[in-house]
Design a protein around this ligand. Structure first.
Ligand code: FE2
Length: 273
């Protein structure tokens, strides 16, 4: 599916941008499905907020079980100190994750149609396994920042072989929090691993404590329909959404079933049927 020029670009930059990967109808299908799922969703008493401070999630079973479920996480600014919504429910969700590609018929069919497994095989994944999906909203005015990280921190395998597919469901610009990445940064070591801790909860294990490369982040401003493929060790970031437009994206991550997926990884996926 990928040309030799695209493969070369990916190996040099650690990411690859493919325009017009998804049709407007396909984008609408996922965005409308998300509206339906949020409509049907009854917010629990304890509301899970997605923040970039992963430590905060450590005792949160709702987050913890989301590897094998469809769960809803709120924008930090969508809920005030008393637990009340500051915005309507449809504008309160930060993301839906992490197993809709297995559990929801609409997402499942879309993932099959877009054939990420073939792309993964082109990029060196021997036995692609879709392990995590997210519908990310980056809500108008309140969409939170996601700090600089490598996805393999959260989807660790031995040997390390994880690829992220990031699909722009809407235009992504600097104002609404487009992706930013350190081009070529996938060649650095994996810095951290997020895992289950022995005394319950989760923790970060430091694997390499050297600083991030002193290189400017590249702004990946892309029109709706674009696919960005991200190497699992590519450092990337997205700023808060300061605009009055959302910046929805759908992401899917593949790991390689020929690699070991440790039992103490934080994300415990559904077994494949
Ligand atoms: Fe990421």
């Amino acid at each position: 599916m990928l040309s030799s020029i695209q493969l070369q670009e990916y190996s040099q930059q650690g990411y690859l941008v493919i325009n017009d990967f998804m049709s407007p109808a396909q984008r609408q299908t996922l965005m409308q499905r998300a509206v339906q799922l949020i409509e049907e969703f009854e917010p629990p008493q304890k509301r899970s907020i997605f923040t970039t401070d992963e430590q905060e999630r450590s005792s949160d079973d709702y987050f913890f079980e989301s590897g094998s479920a469809i769960r809803f996480f709120f924008e930090e600014k969508a809920i005030d100190s008393k637990g009340n919504f500051t915005v309507p429910k449809q504008q309160s969700i930060n993301k839906i994750g992490h197993a809709q590609h297995q559990l929801d018929p609409v997402y499942k069919a879309m993932v099959e149609d877009l054939d990420f497994s073939s792309l993964g095989r082109d990029l060196g994944i021997e036995q692609p396994r879709a392990i995590q999906s997210m519908h990310i909203f980056k809500q108008p005015n309140i969409g939170g920042e996601v700090g600089l990280h490598q996805d393999a921190t959260f989807l660790y395998t031995e040997p390390k072989r994880c690829i992220g597919f990031w699909l722009a469901l809407e235009d992504a610009t600097v104002d609404n929090g487009c992706l930013q990445a350190i081009s070529g940064g996938h060649k650095i070591a994996l810095k951290q691993r997020f895992k289950l801790s022995e005394n319950g909860g989760t923790e970060f294990e430091t694997l390499d404590d050297s600083p991030w490369p002193a290189k400017a982040l590249e702004l990946l401003e892309v029109p709706a329909g674009t696919l960005i493929i991200l190497h699992g060790q590519l450092p990337h970031y997205s700023a808060a959404n300061t605009s009055n437009r959302s910046r929805q994206a759908f992401t899917l991550h593949l790991v390689d079933d020929t690699c070991d997926y440790p039992t103490n990884n934080w994300l415990q996926p559904l077994q494949q049927s």
